[in-house]
Design a protein around this ligand. Structure first.
Ligand code: ZN
Ligand code: ZN
Length: 107
């Protein structure tokens, strides 16, 4: 869930455009799944579609006004939920988060 200070940003047309561009660029496929597939760490049927566009350099209240951080394609990455959760919470693959932020086990 977006933090309060970021809610307005995530609703902006500029963000929607940057997000769509990033998803188009990655063909709606998770960039990290694809990387693992290329490294033979993941099979093709386990390559996920992208669910979110992640900021490599996280958005903070300090940089939310900097379009070089928030809107630059260089700072955006299309990720599946699995990789996004891992990035932010460092949880093993078999765990995820539900809509309320509770940890769920996928086994
Ligand atoms: Zn992925
Ligand atoms: Zn993220």
């Amino acid at each position: 869930m977006a933090k309060d200070y970021a809610v307005k940003f995530y609703k902006s047309a500029a963000w929607q455009r940057a997000r769509d561009l990033c998803l188009d660029r990655s063909c709606w496929i998770c960039e990290r799944c694809l990387e693992e597939f290329r490294d033979h760490k993941r099979s093709m049927e386990h390559v996920n579609l992208a669910d979110v566009v992640h900021h490599r350099k996280y958005i903070t209240p300090r940089n939310i006004g900097l379009s070089s951080i928030t809107l630059s394609q260089d700072n955006l990455e299309a990720l599946c939920d699995e990789h996004h959760n891992r990035e932010h919470h460092g949880t093993p693959q078999r765990y995820g988060f539900d809509a309320e932020g509770n940890i769920i086990c996928r086994e």
